[in-house]
Design a protein around this ligand. Structure first.
Ligand SMILES: [Zn+2]
Length: 60
């Protein structure tokens, strides 16, 4: 079962197990609008994971 992740502008990650049609929810931490993020892959890309793998390994 997939779950849904939301990220607010302050970097709080919210995980929702239940299905919801809303694209935005309110962050319980800071009450900003949290946007749905699609997948773990998206999260890794934002963190620069592939970039680090591709370039850092060529440096000593
Ligand atoms: Zn927040």
């Amino acid at each position: 079962m997939p779950f849904y992740e939301y990220e607010c502008p302050n970097g709080h990650i919210l995980e929702k197990l239940e299905r919801t049609d809303s694209y935005e929810i309110e962050c319980p931490e800071c009450h900003e609008k949290a946007h749905k993020i699609i997948s773990v892959c998206t999260f890794k890309l934002k963190g620069g994971g592939w970039y680090a793998d591709g370039y850092a390994s060529k440096k000593s």
